[in-house]
Ligand binder design. Structure first.
Ligand SMILES: *[C@@H]1O[C@H](CO)[C@@H](O)[C@H](O)[C@H]1NC(C)=O
Ligand SMILES: *[C@@H]1O[C@H](CO)[C@@H](O)[C@H](O)[C@H]1NC(C)=O
Ligand SMILES: *[C@@H]1O[C@H](CO)[C@@H](O)[C@H](O)[C@H]1NC(C)=O
Ligand SMILES: *[C@@H]1O[C@H](CO)[C@@H](O)[C@H](O)[C@H]1NC(C)=O
Ligand SMILES: *[C@@H]1O[C@H](CO)[C@@H](O)[C@H](O)[C@H]1NC(C)=O
Ligand SMILES: *[C@@H]1O[C@H](CO)[C@@H](O)[C@H](O)[C@H]1NC(C)=O
Ligand SMILES: *[C@@H]1O[C@H](CO)[C@@H](O)[C@H](O)[C@H]1NC(C)=O
Ligand SMILES: *[C@@H]1O[C@H](CO)[C@@H](O)[C@H](O)[C@H]1NC(C)=O
Ligand SMILES: *[C@@H]1O[C@H](CO)[C@@H](O)[C@H](O)[C@H]1NC(C)=O
Ligand SMILES: *[C@@H]1O[C@H](CO)[C@@H](O)[C@H](O)[C@H]1NC(C)=O
Ligand SMILES: *[C@@H]1O[C@H](CO)[C@@H](O)[C@H](O)[C@H]1NC(C)=O
Ligand SMILES: *[C@@H]1O[C@H](CO)[C@@H](O)[C@H](O)[C@H]1NC(C)=O
Length: 856
């Protein structure tokens, strides 16, 4: 048997006695016109293996779709399977719901759709997602998220909003003053790290009480909805981290200072930790869980509790570690006899030199009954700690995909690991009880997250070509059709961008654009927060071209929210990648010789132009705007200007300096309009100016960083005042047509890409016309005098390209520019028909000759 009775009981209890009303409400929220076409019913005999979720969807004779399953989560998973695979609609991060675009009369099923989960639990959220992604979300945003989770079968979500309300009451109860409590609580954008004891206190200003109250109200809504949608929320608990002055009210208690985190000044870290063997720990746990149950009801027995997440224990003694976990579990059980302790397994990786196997075994061993604990193997796709710890010495654990750090946005994925290795782990480890998502921030790359949650319902590793094809259909279709170019673009990305297997890079790639400038060390870093690309940038350009052409063959795509989002995202990445050679070129020029300021100006200008173009593209979509992040933050001030200013400061600080003094600067950088134009661009500008004014031999990084620091700091204090863009600025098609990539990369193209007038003209003689381009020839350092030459970019088989080069030698009348690559050429538009005819003729002749030679 895969897992023992304790957890199974909880699982069954969570499924029992549930109403399907939550599902009808979901359909009513997202596709009210289709409400009458669905019937949901719990059928407890539809279970699988040891009682895991199973669903069946079929058409009744009168056309109604009957969705059956053994739990609410099984039903919502069945509904989702039907919506994506048959009705071709879904709900997405950023884009929102497209469910209402399903055909008005839903397609009937000839045979029932069936699904069976291979694991009991499907988990969602990293603790820090609550700061990097959801920090400022309002209820409407949460509603979309919760529907997203329900449809994807998540039945075990972390519910980590608003616990400060309960915590403050606990602290007040033991006699701490509000001033003392305030020195402990961190700002709205940094609560995750406060909750697990990495940091304490807020810089710049104190956490407003209104924030605490509003978040508590939000949590009540979230929990109610989670339960309604068949999820078992993982609730907060008392961790042991307390305000420094707890020693005043508990003078004899065993309170120690924790370790220093992230280079923060002592005042903001080294949190006070009330040791779990002290009786006061149990007292505070009792108080916390009691108040929480009173506030939310008896809705879950699973509690999240992390004590050593990037905190070093004060002793490595095995008895000490065992003692700590034993005391911690006892406090939970005293407060709730059915309590199960959930912990992130990240610590064992982050501090792997401390956490030797015997220490891990001792710490976990303090929890004697394995089923009293669940461990999240937080980074299974790259650093599977479950392996070295022998499946956490028998504790139930969940295989999680982390995928990104700080909500960085590079396109990236490990399709093989998420399918093959995830399956292998389930087969190999008897205590693996679920699949989960643990992104530090929810970002793009949504297909990677869908892939793992769908893997939970597949006994074999998912076949990714088929999966991508289906995913693309439901992503864009609704009731329309999907042009081939979109399938081609995604297939190309599947085998390149999303197929990283070299784990020298093990997570989302952070764009170089977002790095602090410098003359070395900016490009090429690897590891968990890498900058080196894991694919050929030219492959992504090709994918972009296919997707862009799709918009030409099906112009209605430009009004499709999913297409708009993805075109911005892929363009963002293409431009980010194109920035790298421009930057390297500048630095090489600077380092090799004492280049003239004019040359540096010219090279710098190209970088800045690219950044301006990047910002313009991002600006077209609200999902890629800094203003959205700031506006959401400020809205929690509810009109109080002082609080709104503090919220804006928090929002700005998290994504840039991350800390009062840039302690982990740029860790959570973003590719957002507004951030590019007001933060990254000025930084590169300062860099270029510094190079221009400083001879190579005198480059002084200290002096340069001082200049940068002045700028970075004053940016934190600013107020966002720009109005939201309108008109042509938000017309992606127009912006893309204008944007040019003035780079000298091998495939230069976004260059004024404009769709062709005759779409049927694309292919000829093993060539393909990609775009009409205006290739910018840089002749002088002054951009205004650049010559603009119109032409068509074509991609050909190398043999055809050499043939065209030969024709051109005669009178130089075909080619505008021979690009530095075996496949690409820019030709004169006026010569296209002529060239086609000539190639057709010559190639026909060649084939005839071949035929003749064969028949001999
Ligand atoms: C529940 O499912 C079982 C197995 O398919 C089926 O035999 C039974 O009729 C179903 N019950 C109801 C009430 O539909
Ligand atoms: C259609 O049939 C299903 C299953 O028999 C039933 O539950 C539903 O009420 C029927 N709907 C209508 C509109 O008659
Ligand atoms: C902490 O307690 C000390 C006395 O033990 C007191 O002087 C100090 O003001 C307290 N700190 C705060 C923030 O109230
Ligand atoms: C703390 O310990 C001392 C010495 O054992 C004792 O006198 C005192 O009463 C204790 N204080 C509290 C609050 O328990
Ligand atoms: C803070 O943490 C550091 C690193 O663990 C440690 O060396 C130092 O003693 C701690 N400071 C205090 C006041 O506990
Ligand atoms: C809470 O629920 C559990 C089972 O889910 C039950 O055993 C326990 O008695 C309930 N507690 C309260 C206070 O209702
Ligand atoms: C844990 O350590 C404390 C303090 O050293 C001690 O009083 C207690 O008995 C220990 N508890 C266990 C379960 O070992
Ligand atoms: C999966 O990740 C591991 C590292 O944990 C690596 O060794 C392995 O090659 C990866 N497998 C695939 C198929 O990418
Ligand atoms: C991942 O899967 C590949 C291919 O099956 C295998 O070679 C590798 O050992 C696996 N790695 C881990 C860490 O599971
Ligand atoms: C993904 O990468 C692996 C290892 O390099 C390779 O074997 C496999 O063919 C690639 N898959 C695709 C679809 O390109
Ligand atoms: C993996 O990537 C690193 C860094 O880019 C490179 O040095 C190494 O050769 C690569 N390994 C393989 C097997 O391609
Ligand atoms: C570099 O700049 C710093 C700060 O301006 C200055 O203190 C230092 O002397 C400079 N170093 C050299 C070698 O000029």
């Amino acid at each position: 048997m895969r897992w023992a009775h304790g957890l199974l009981w909880l699982y069954a209890a969570s499924a029992a006695a549930q109403s399907v009303e939550g599902l009808y409400s979901l359909v009513k929220r997202r596709m009210p016109d289709h409400l009458d076409q669905f019937r949901f019913s719990i059928n407890s005999s539809l279970t699988h293996l040891d009682g895991y979720d199973q669903f069946r969807v079929q058409s009744a004779p009168n056309g109604t779709l009957l969705v059956e399953g053994c739990s609410i989560s099984a039903l919502s998973s069945g509904l989702h399977r039907y919506l994506t695979d048959v009705a071709h609609v879904d709900i997405y991060w950023f884009i929102g719901s497209r469910l209402h675009l399903a055909p008005s009369k839903l397609p009937a099923l000839k045979a029932p759709l069936k699904g069976a989960s291979m694991v009991p639990w499907r988990y969602h959220f990293n603790t820090v997602t609550f700061s990097y992604t959801t920090a400022f979300w309002n209820w409407e945003e949460w509603e979309v998220q919760l529907d997203w989770m329900a449809l994807r079968g998540v039945n075990l979500p972390l519910a980590w909003v608003g616990q400060e309300k309960i915590l403050v009451e606990v602290f007040r109860e033991i006699g701490l003053t509000d001033a003392e409590i305030s020195t402990f609580l961190s700002g709205p954008a940094f609560q995750a790290w406060n909750r697990f004891g990495n940091i304490q206190g807020a810089w710049h200003s104190e956490l407003p009480e209104s924030w605490i109250d509003q978040q508590f109200d939000l949590q009540k809504n979230i929990l109610r909805r989670m339960v309604e949608l068949g999820m078992t929320p993982v609730l907060p608990s008392f961790t042991g981290f307390v305000p420094m002055n707890t020693t005043r009210v508990f003078p004899n208690a065993s309170i120690i200072r924790g370790s220093q985190w992230g280079g923060f000044p002592l005042r903001y870290t080294n949190d006070s930790f009330l040791q779990p063997f002290d009786s006061h720990f149990a007292q505070l746990q009792q108080s916390f869980i009691g108040k929480q149950q009173a506030a939310y009801g008896n809705i879950s027995h699973i509690y999240t509790l992390d004590q050593y997440n990037e905190n070093t224990p004060s002793s490595g003694d095995l008895d000490y570690l065992r003692n700590i976990s034993k005391g911690t579990l006892k406090s939970l059980k005293d407060a709730d006899p059915d309590a199960v302790w959930m912990m992130q397994g990240w610590l064992f990786y982050a501090l792997s030199s401390f956490w030797t196997n015997d220490r891990v075994e001792a710490y976990l061993g303090g929890v004697e009954n394995d089923e009293d604990m669940i461990i999240l193997d937080l980074y299974s796709e790259s650093i599977p700690e479950w392996r070295r710890t022998k499946s956490y010495f028998g504790k139930p654990w969940i295989w999680c995909q982390l995928h990104d750090f700080g909500g960085n946005m590079g396109l990236y994925g490990q399709i093989l690991n998420v399918t093959q290795n995830a399956t292998q782990a389930r087969i190999e480890s008897p205590s693996m009880v679920g699949y989960g998502l643990s992104p530090e921030g929810q970002e793009g790359n949504e297909i990677m997250y869908d892939l793992l949650l769908d893997q939970a319902w597949s006994s074999r590793p998912i076949d990714t070509p088929q999966y991508f094809h289906r995913w693309v259909t439901s992503r864009y279709a609704g009731s329309g059709s999907v042009p081939q170019g979109l399938y081609e673009g995604w297939e190309l990305m599947r085998s390149t961008v999303y197929n990283n297997t070299n784990l020298t890079n093990s997570a989302v790639i952070q764009p170089t654009v977002e790095a602090q400038p410098g003359i070395n060390g900016v490009v090429g870093s690897t590891g968990t927060h890498p900058r080196a690309l894991t694919y050929e940038p030219a492959d992504l350009v090709k994918a972009w071209q296919s997707m862009y052409q799709a918009g030409h063959s099906a112009p209605e795509l430009w009004k499709n929210t999913a297409y708009q989002h993805d075109m911005v995202d892929v363009t963002r990445q293409v431009l980010d990648n194109a920035f790298i050679p421009l930057y390297l070129d500048l630095v090489t020029t600077y380092n090799e010789s004492n280049a003239s300021p004019d040359i540096l100006t010219q090279k710098g200008q190209r970088m800045l132009q690219l950044l301006a173009d990047l910002d313009a593209v991002l600006l077209t979509s609200e999902n890629f705007r800094l203003s959205k992040w700031i506006r959401s933050a400020r809205s929690w001030g509810r009109g109080n200007q002082k609080e709104a200013a503090f919220l804006e400061y928090n929002a700005r600080n998290q994504i840039t300096l991350w800390g009062p003094n840039g302690e982990i600067t740029d860790y959570a950088s973003k590719g957002w309009a507004g951030l590019v134009s007001t933060y990254y661009m000025p930084r590169w500008h300062i860099f270029i100016d510094y190079l221009k004014s400083t001879p190579t031999a005198s480059y002084n990084s200290t002096a340069f960083f001082e200049k940068l620091w002045g700028f970075e700091q004053q940016w934190q204090e600013q107020t966002w005042t720009s109005p939201e863009p309108t008109g042509d600025k938000v017309d992606l098609q127009k912006v893309l047509a204008r944007v040019r990539l003035a780079s000298h990369s091998p495939i230069p193209l976004l260059a004024a890409a404009r769709p062709l007038a005759h779409s049927d003209d694309h292919g000829f003689s093993q060539c393909r016309v990609l775009f009409e381009v205006f290739r910018i020839k840089i002749r002088s350092a002054i951009p205004a005098t650049d010559a603009v030459l119109p032409g068509l970019l074509i991609e050909c088989d190398p043999s055809i390209k050499s043939l065209i080069l030969k024709y051109d030698e005669e009178r130089h009348d075909y080619i505008v520019e021979d690009l530095d690559d075996e496949n690409y050429l820019v030709i004169k538009e006026s010569q296209l028909q002529n060239l086609k005819a000539r190639l057709d003729h010559d190639l026909d002749e060649k084939i005839m000759q071949l035929d003749e030679s064969e028949s001999e």
